[in-house]
Design a protein around this ligand. Structure first.
Ligand code: CDP
Length: 208
């Protein structure tokens, strides 16, 4: 079974995807990390994010080290958001994601275009969202916990800018798949959001 979890920045999709993976005993891929790893490579080795060619070059021989704190830093987040609009970058990362999705037994993938482009055949699709203010609040706390302090207002502006870019890019824009379950986590903490997601996926599977 493939479970696709999509949604905007800091909506809680990663937390929900992890909980679903654990509940159903499936492997999980945070596809945002691929875009972040490309961004980090450019950031570290002085590549120009404004050059699609350089961004594409960084996709080849891409190493993803999920524990690297820099992957989640604000500069890297910003670069990830801009280079993810390049069609050639999306294409280069597509195969990796589809191979992961296609493994025997299935997988859970979270991102922006899993249910629409990477795995439109997914048996279960979730679209996770929350108000920009709540998402900015979560991201601000997350950054503070990682000792990367940030100002709420700046984080909010950044989230709005990223929403705009993610939704309006021509290549695989962020949009809710027609056949997806919508989960609004604005008024739910992580535990409640995960419980809600598991309950609704179980209900969907039982109805089939
Ligand atoms: O949740 P957050 O947006 O902070 O980060 P993420 O999910 O790790 O994604 C990082 C960036 O990669 C985002 O700004 C997206 O624009 C992009 N992305 C994408 O275009 N497609 C995906 N499947 C996953 C991420």
């Amino acid at each position: 079974m493939i479970i696709a979890v999509d949604g905007p920045a800091a909506s809680g999709k990663g937390t929900i995807a992890k909980a679903l993976a654990k509940h159903f005993g499936l492997p999980h891929m945070d596809t945002g990390l691929l875009y972040r790893a490309v961004a980090l490579a450019l950031w570290r080795y002085g590549g120009d994010p404004a050059s699609e060619f350089e961004a594409l070059r960084a996709c080849h021989a891409l190493v993803v080290e999920p524990e690297d704190e820099e992957l989640r830093s604000e500069p890297v987040s910003r670069i990830a958001s801009s280079i993810s609009a390049y069609p050639s970058v999306r294409e280069a990362l597509r195969v990796r994601q589809q191979e992961f999705a296609g493994q025997p037994g299935g997988a859970v993938l979270d991102g922006r275009d899993i249910g629409t482009v990477i795995a439109p055949q997914a048996e279960v699709k979730l679209f996770v969202t929350a108000s920009p203010e709540v998402r900015a609040e979560r991201r601000t706390k997350e950054l503070a916990a990682r000792e990367m302090p940030a100002h709420f207002e700046e984080v909010l502006a950044d989230i709005r800018a990223r929403d705009e870019r993610d939704s309006n890019r021509s290549s695989a824009p962020l949009r809710q798949a027609d056949d997806s379950i919508l989960i609004d986590t604005t008024n739910l903490d992580a535990q409640a959001a995960c419980a809600d997601a598991i309950r609704r996926v179980e209900a969907l599977l039982a109805a089939r």
